[in-house]
Design a protein around this ligand. Sequence first.
Ligand code: ADP
Ligand code: MG
Length: 253
Amino acid sequence: PARGAEVLRASELRKQFGGLVAVDNVGFTLNAGEVVGLIGPNGAGKSTTFNLLTGVLAATKGNVAFLGEEICGSTARHIATRGVARTFQHVKLVRGMSVLDNVALGAHLRGAAGPLSAALHLDRAEEARIFALAWQQLHRVGLAQCAHLVADDLSLGQQRLVEIARALCLDPVLLLLDEPAAGLRHLEKAALARLLDRLRQDGMTILLVEHDMDFVMNLTDRLVVMNFGAELAQGRPKDIQGNPAVIDAYLGT
Ligand code: ADP
Ligand code: MG
């Protein structure tokens, strides 16, 4: 999509878990090349919103248009192959497996045959292509020197970067990051911010959930604020910083 063109439009999204309304009538748009922050207190419904956008959970109600296609109700696999990649708040790497193999799992998903069949009947050319892609993405996040280490031996911050490399193997149009800076040290956060800025310059659209407000305010073009499942405010970071309702619900604490 051309820079600034609409990539995703979520409307009237709702998710109920029994009597609990985790996401309540939430709507926003994301445009190509934008980095948008989704912020709010713990339990506000941010991760659930990610799960609705990526087909991990079925919405109770609402619509999600991605590049003009309705994807609400589509499978997670379909949405991923269309170009929406994500990381999880709780890192999901395969324990005991090398960093490179963990990243290559993301490249399998991009293959037409699907991850399982690709793993079972991989021909040499396909395998070479997958590992070349995995190396490329590991270089991109600055972790090539860790390729042959066991993933669980990395720091939590590095494991988050491995997840990002895996997501980048999908060559996503839209990248969703759930608390990518959590557990990162100062220098690692700065490196992550530079990486996300480069991805934005390449035209990628990024939606990120993050509690580190310095990180969020410096990096994002726009913010969506949630509180108790509902949308509290949307706007530019400097306007949101001065919004009394946002300060009261979240920033002031
Ligand atoms: P956030 O990411 O903003 O901290 P979540 O989206 O994880 O918030 O959670 C929103 C609310 O939904 C919380 O009250 C949480 O306990 C609840 N919730 C999340 N996932 C589930 C689930 N699978 N089943 C029941 N309740 C859930
Ligand atoms: Mg969360």
